[in-house]
Design a binder for this molecule. Structure first.
Ligand code: PMP
Ligand code: GLN
Length: 398
């Protein structure tokens, strides 16, 4: 029998058994197979700045990074990451001891959890959560304790219930896993929410891993506040960033961690046996990208905000309830006004019905029923693609 040995022992390790294939692979394959517009997996359909691409070509040609780079990352990139954190947030990190380059944020998350958790430790994570969180917690032998973000009628967006968050912490809690701006809801945690998270972490002496890969994608004047800037947090927080989102090169897989020497060392202990190192020439290119003038980041943000507005208008027109997206690449919708309630079934039928692919948010939930009616659409696509998708979706309302 497939997946079993003759002794009927499952081949797949039990920690991974519940996960199957990631929804992003499944939905991108569906889009290809059906020729649909792919608003599922979050990747831009245009590459990032030409000068950054050229910087990678130069590094390749000049033989920089073509052999194993240093384990913590090339010094040029670590210096650029530290300078970025200082310039944007006033956070000071030593490029040698407090910065670690990883194979995307995905490896940073996995290495942080593998490096910091003991089996049985509880990890409190915001639900819906990016799918690799659950798998990485499981691989580390931890137990995930989800705290559900819920739609708030006044805010028109998903918000964190601070009482639920406090109630989720037990004597076994080791770590809070935070994500702001938040995938898939598009929520950006406010200063008040983050302050409550920080106070809880300090009071209960918890470690915090914060995934801030969408730090540069905040809209309408909202502010991205790194958790590490709040009182008592720098010394207990592992902050994760990624070039994929900020520079529109998701295939390069250059991410990073900034934290204290002890926490970075723990993350590095795991990371060195995952990939050891990766993306040599791209590391040099990302070092140059991080030094781009503020005008780049502002233009990028503006452009993405315009895309958000196009898709949000199209989705409203097509009859979805559209939650406000203050950051990220994503809009979460509620399909109930369309007479639907099962996001999975809806997303499976959408290619045939409308030639569009989206992601059922339920995959990001332990409480699947809480996520059932929500569907995520990515807007990191060209305006004409978003308009075409909107016009196709309009046929659903007919
Ligand atoms: N965290 C979040 C919240 C994400 O949405 C993603 C995927 N884009 C990642 C981490 C993974 O980032 P990377 O591609 O750098 O591994
Ligand atoms: N982060 C991207 C998303 O949420 C996808 C990354 C992936 O394919 N693993 O769509």
């Amino acid at each position: 029998m497939a997946g079993m040995t003759s002794s009927e022992r499952p081949l797949l390790n039990r920690r991974l058994a519940e996960f199957g294939t990631t929804i992003f692979a499944e939905m991108s394959a569906l889009a290809l197979r059906t020729g649909s517009i792919n608003l599922g997996q979050g990747f831009p359909d245009t590459d990032g700045p030409e000068e950054v691409r050229e910087a990678a070509v130069r590094a390749l040609r000049e033989g920089r990074g073509n052999q194993y780079p240093p384990g913590p990352g090339v010094p040029e990139l670590r210096i650029a990451i530290a300078a970025h954190q200082q310039r944007r947030y006033g956070l000071s990190y030593d490029p040698d001891a407090e910065v670690l380059v990883t194979a995307g944020a995905t490896e940073a998350i996995a290495a942080a959890l593998l490096g910091l958790l003991e089996p049985g430790d509880e990890v409190v994570a915001l639900e819906p959560y990016y799918d690799s969180y659950a798998a990485s917690i499981a691989m580390a032998g931890g137990t995930r304790v989800p705290v559900t973000l819920r739609p708030d009628a006044d805010a028109g967006a998903f918000r964190l219930d601070l009482d639920e968050l406090r109630a989720a912490v037990t004597p076994r809690t080791r770590l809070l896993l935070v994500n702001t701006p938040h995938n898939p809801t598009g929520t950006v945690l406010t200063r008040a929410e983050l302050t409550a998270v920080a106070e809880l972490a300090v009071e209960r002496d918890l470690l915090v891993v914060t995934d801030e890969v969408y730090e540069h994608l905040v809209f309408d004047g909202a502010e991205h506040i790194p958790l590490a800037t709040l009182p008592g947090m720098r010394e207990r927080t592992v902050t994760i960033g990624s070039a994929g989102k900020t520079f529109s090169f998701t295939g390069w897989k250059v991410g990073w961690v900034t934290s204290t020497p002890a926490l970075v060392s723990a993350v590095r202990s795991a990371k060195q046996f995952l990939t050891y190192v990766s993306a040599g020439p791209f590391q040099y290119a990302v070092a140059e990208a991080l030094a781009l003038p503020d005008a780049y980041f502002e233009a990028f943000r503006q452009d993405m905000q315009t895309k958000r507005d196009i898709l949000a208008a199209g989705l409203k027109d097509a009859g979805f309830t559209v939650y406000d997206t203050a950051g990220t690449y994503f809009i979460t919708t509620d399909i109930r006004p369309l007479g639907e309630s099962d996001g999975f079934a809806f997303c499976r039928s959408l290619p045939e019905r409308a030639g569009v692919v989206a992601i059922p948010n339920a995959v990001f939930y332990d409480h699947r029923e809480a996520g059932a009616p929500f569907v995520r659409f990515a807007f990191c696509k060209r305006a004409e693609v978003l308009k075409e998708a909107a016009s196709r979706l309009k046929s659903l309302a007919a």
